[in-house]
Design a binder for this molecule. Structure first.
Ligand SMILES: [Zn+2]
Length: 494
């Protein structure tokens, strides 16, 4: 075939495998890449001159809370403006589906990160979510976990207790339905109050149905501070009990007394990777973000409020300023603000860089799309890794940076025919300028598209061009492909 739908000419191709860049043309027909190489004799309905630009596989945001925004704002501008073409949702125990009964109001934090209104009676089953997405897709592809905390909220009256055998059985049925419908696996958020009472045995039993599907166990661990090694051991134990792959979400070391301990946690992860399937992700910032609690704020040297039901006008303000303005202590201020969200400055740059640079680490934003004044990771994560960490600081080369957000992720998650620029693969493609790419979202000005993203294509359709969304909605719900994952697992570690 020499006549194509789209020809990208003279691109510098970074193919997502980690291999060195090369100059090539890329042909796209329908939703697939059909040829890569010297295509000077070919023609196309649309030709794009990519001279001076990098062509990479579309970025996969491996850790998101995008379950609801895929429907409420399907342009997904925060993501496509960064070059993201696939988002993985349902993380940290929080999934929008299934919700077979109206959710209790007020919504139990952290489930309110998805929707504080409680208007959740929308997807009674996981299958209903998948069907709705495929009927009215967003600009990007997606795949989700089913969240353990969501399941607890559905099946339990008292979230301060471990689940009873009958409640575990009810949750297992919901997990089985979700896996049949295309869930990637189960996620947990064991550090959050509604799941703290869950024992390791409860987590193993609730998660058990994923084993038959070769699903993933993704966990926001019980502890990310002084007991990280024990929390890692608990996560690994769940994976071993079920014979499934473990994903350690947004790996970090919070609290000054724990700074530097990523040396030990990464060594611990590395040692266990020899015996079982373990992967991890992180975001490129030294501040975290989640719901506001007085206990978190007390141990955080600096806290910014991202949204508040109690005092909406305080979104974007420093908690210390709010205390001064109100003339009250931190406990009183938090009580007036909640339900609310916050950014906490509790990590050190050295740990962030060490975790980012660790070869198995994938990139995930953990962005919170419904926050009034979100952590800048929502709009900046991927360009920040490519610009600040690869180009400016030289933490790794650009090929490695791209691999951490494309080929590595597709193979760990099991997304077939994605994550690499290769003839026959799906045409998820991002064109960017490696000289100018940069995150522009900051803690004080967090809603800012990145610089340097020229064009983003999902399943062959441009979704971001000339600095704005095109309005196209070519996204699809993706299922975990066991063969794609096994193929990747068989590859030598790099
Ligand atoms: Zn989390």
């Amino acid at each position: 075939m020499t006549r194509h739908d789209i020809l990208i000419r003279h691109a510098t191709v970074i193919d997502g495998t980690g291999a060195p860049r090369r100059t090539a043309d890329i042909a796209v027909d329908g939703d697939r890449i059909t040829a890569i190489g010297d295509l000077s004799g070919h023609s196309a309905a649309r030709e794009i001159d990519a001279t001076g630009l990098i062509a990479a596989p579309g970025f996969i945001d491996v850790h998101t809370h995008d379950d609801r925004i895929l429907f409420s704002d399907p342009s997904m501008t925060a993501k496509v403006s960064q070059g993201v073409t696939t988002v993985i949702g349902g993380n940290c125990g929080i999934s929008l589906a299934p919700m077979p009964v109206p959710v209790k109001r007020p919504v139990t934090p952290p489930l309110d990160l998805l929707d504080a209104s409680g208007d959740w009676y929308r997807f009674p089953t996981f299958a209903a979510y998948v069907a709705a997405f495929n009927a009215t897709p967003a600009a990007v592809n997606c795949a989700h976990y089913v969240g353990h905390t969501t399941l607890r909220a559905i099946t339990m009256d008292d979230l301060t207790r471990p689940a009873s055998p009958a409640q575990i059985a009810a949750m297992q049925d919901l997990v089985a339905e979700a896996m049949e419908a295309g869930a990637l696996g189960v996620s947990t958020g064991l550090a959050y109050p509604p799941a703290i009472a869950a024992t390791t045995e409860e987590v193993i039993e609730v998660t058990r149905p994923i084993a038959a599907h070769d699903g993933l166990y993704a966990t926001h661990m019980r502890d990310e501070s002084g007991h990280s090694i024990e929390a890692l051991d608990e996560s690994f134990a769940v994976g071993r009990a079920l014979g499934v792959q473990v994903l350690i979400s947004h790996h970090k070391l919070a609290g000054e007394e724990n700074f530097g301990q990523s040396v030990q946690t990464l060594a611990h992860i590395g040692a266990h990777r020899a015996d079982q399937q373990i992967c991890l992700d992180c975001y490129p910032y030294e501040a975290s973000s989640t719901i506001l609690t007085a206990s978190h704020a007390k141990v955080s040297p600096r806290t910014i409020v991202t949204w508040s039901v109690g005092a909406p006008q305080m979104a974007g303000r420093e908690l210390s300023d709010i205390c001064a303005e109100w003339g009250c202590d931190l406990d009183t201020a938090c009580a007036r603000l909640i339900p609310a969200g916050a950014v906490y400055f509790r990590m050190c740059e050295e740990d962030v860089q060490r975790i980012l640079a660790y070869p198995p680490t994938m990139i995930g934003s953990d962005g919170l799309p419904h926050d009034e004044r979100p952590h800048p990771r929502l709009w900046g994560t991927f360009p920040r890794v490519l610009g600040r960490y690869a180009r400016d600081l030289g933490l790794f080369d650009l090929e490695t940076a791209v691999h951490k957000m494309t080929g590595l992720t597709a193979s760990e998650i099991g997304l077939a025919e994605r994550g690499e620029l290769r003839a026959g693969f799906m045409a998820d493609i991002t064109l960017f300028d490696d000289r100018t790419i940069a995150d522009r979202a900051t803690y004080t000005d967090p809603i800012q598209p990145a610089a340097g993203i020229a064009l983003v294509m999902v399943n062959g359709a441009p979704v971001w061009e000339d600095g704005r969304p095109t309005g196209a909605r070519p996204g699809r719900y993706l299922r975990r492909d066991r063969a794609a994952h096994k193929m990747a697992a068989a590859r030598p570690a790099g």
